[in-house]
Design a protein around this ligand. Structure first.
Ligand code: FAD
Ligand code: EPU
Length: 338
């Protein structure tokens, strides 16, 4: 059923107040097709919605927001891995924990990432040294213009750091309906991410006998120590991507700031944007309704449930200051609508 003039504040984790001209929650492929043809007839733009944890509403949306509520989760363990087929409306964390509870390894580093399965490929979600593309097999998506279903392999998706073909060449052309994952049978723990390694050392756990459940627990504790829960403090996770720079820029910044945090990424370097923003003096600062989280400067928060303009204004001020102080350009991670 399509409803008119619906408040999207409960549908975005930044809790920005904004309306959508039309809203539909779809639970079957036929309902999704019907919603798409309604939008086509009225020439409306479409906003596919999962949990709303990676969007910034800069104003009212003049089209049809479609909450993708397709359900279904099939898990087939094999050895310490197996395969998973998940419909787009399943919760990502539920999928991770359902596999971990069956003794399967491979997704534990991605525990507690908010949102739904259908959004996970959009920015190739990643955390603690693992990205979706490392466990991805294929996906199914409905073409918005035709209602036809298409299969995409990993290479079709053109995954990269916080990026995929669905943010580039094929942006706004498909609704993801199902994601298929493959977890290797010879699972090995991946705990080299500094904060994770430190947590495991503090617990005194033996690195040779770690289980997926232990690592999922460790990731949960580390995340909870610095990332605010959106229910308590509205936010969209990291507001900017970690900027990737060439070796010359990295060397010159490192010479000026010996404690700069950066990770080698092929021939390039990924700078910790949180460190840059923190060092520029923004951590914990509040500007009316919005602010910068006091435990993680990469997370903008909206405790006063301010407007999209308030959030994007603060983001612009931070990016401009980081540009002035370090000569580095910050790019927002969540997508702005409209
Ligand atoms: P939404 O916000 O609803 O949508 C995000 C984008 O995907 C939008 O452009 C939307 O139109 C599109 N989209 C959604 N569903 C579909 C679909 N079925 N088909 C086509 N397009 C679709 N991300 C990480 O990568 N790593 C992290 O560690 C991480 N930590 C976070 C921590 C917090 C506290 C928060 C609030 C966010 C964090 N995020 C992280 C960001 C976010 O959780 C992910 O990007 C997640 O995949 C978004 O899922 P969602 O269902 O909420 O997507
Ligand atoms: N740092 C500071 N000050 C801060 C914040 C961070 O100095 O205020 C330093 C930390 O001390 C640490 C480094 O920056 O040495 C990196 O911080 P952290 O481990 O918290 O990770 P991040 O680079 O800020 C990225 C992802 C997160 C993901 C974590 C763990 C991006 C944009 N963000 O954050 O993803 O959970 O690594 O892998 O890549 C998200 O995308 O929404 C998200 C939360």
């Amino acid at each position: 059923m399509i409803e008119a003039n619906i408040d999207l504040q409960p549908h975005n984790t930044l809790a920005i107040p904004a309306n959508t001209a039309f809203f539909a929650r779809v639970e079957t492929l036929d309902e999704l097709r019907e919603a798409l043809s309604f939008a086509q007839q009225k020439r409306l733009p479409i906003l596919p919605l999962g949990g709303g944890s990676n969007i910034v509403l800069t104003g009212d949306f003049p089209g049809l927001a479609i909450q993708v509520g397709l359900r279904g989760l099939t898990i087939a363990p094999s050895g310490r891995g197996g395969t998973i087929e998940a419909a787009a409306g399943e919760g990502w964390h539920r999928l991770v924990m359902s596999s971990v509870e069956r003794g399967m390894g491979g997704l534990e580093n991605l525990a507690l990432i908010p949102g739904n399965v259908g959004a996970a490929p959009i920015q190739n979600i990643g955390a603690y040294g693992v990205e979706l593309c490392d466990r991805f097999c294929s996906l199914q998506a409905m073409e918005i213009s035709t209602g036809e279903l298409h299969q995409f392999s990993a290479s079709d998706c053109e995954f990269a750091y916080r990026d995929s073909v669905f943010k580039g060449r094929l942006q706004d052309q498909y609704i993801i309906t199902q994601v298929n994952l493959r977890l290797a049978e010879d699972w090995q723990p991946k705990v080299s991410y500094p904060a994770l390694q430190q947590f495991i050392e503090q617990q005194g756990w033996d690195c040779n006998s770690l289980t997926p459940a232990q690592i999922a627990g460790a990731v949960t504790d580390v995340r909870n120590s610095k990332l605010p829960l959106p229910d308590q403090i509205p936010n969209a996770g990291s507001f900017f991507k970690n900027p990737v720079v060439n070796a010359d820029i990295y060397q010159s910044l490192k010479a000026q700031h010996p404690d700069l945090v950066a990770y080698a990424s092929g021939a390039s370097w990924k700078l910790a944007a949180g460190w840059l923003i923190d060092r520029a003096g923004w951590r914990g600062r509040r500007h009316e309704a919005v602010g910068v989280h006091h435990q993680q400067a990469l997370v903008l928060v909206n405790p006063g449930r301010g407007s999209g303009d308030a959030v994007t204004g603060l983001a612009r001020a931070i990016a401009s200051d980081v540009q002035d102080k370090f000569g580095v350009t910050l790019e927002p991670e969540p997508r702005y609508y409209p």
